[in-house]
Ligand binder design. Sequence first.
Ligand SMILES: [Zn+2]
Length: 192
Amino acid sequence: MMKKLALLAFACIAFSCAARAQDAQTPKTYKLAPPPPCTNNKGELVRFIDSSSERPGLAAGMADRDSSGKPVVLRSNFTATPPEFQSFIDRHECAHHQTGDIDRPHPPRNGPEHLMNESISDCVAILRLRDEEGYDRAAINKVTTAMAVDMAKIGFPEISITSRISNIDKCFTRPGSPQDLINKILMKRGLL
Ligand SMILES: [Zn+2]
């Protein structure tokens, strides 16, 4: 137990050092990945909108409806992260539209239902990268490496990072198409 605690403490120190070292330099920028096709469960086209706001150096996505009620994905600071992770974020946010999450009441933050929705979106995103973009294990590892760096920067505990990545690694070997998984979820929710 002591050994594990010591290791965890070391990991945290290593992460914060990395964050400081990175802040001191000019942040690296990557080329912008093209957004994927995305249609929600009602057949509406989802629009992707780029912005560079609030937390520079940290790429983030958000699925929402705009002021006129049209489905959108907001891509914020995407050039801060490698294209593989940009592509993952796009498909993860798209999955929130495809599964109907956006039009359902938002479950309590970090409660079991919220975490389940996040796992489903991660899984759909990985299946799309596997089946539509031909990502192999090496490409998936680029996604999870960038994800671990960003989650650590935000301050997620190590356990959240490893359990999210282990779900993604499992999804990569899941039989069936991304649409099969989406249909299963929609059926369960009475949306299909
Ligand atoms: Zn999400």
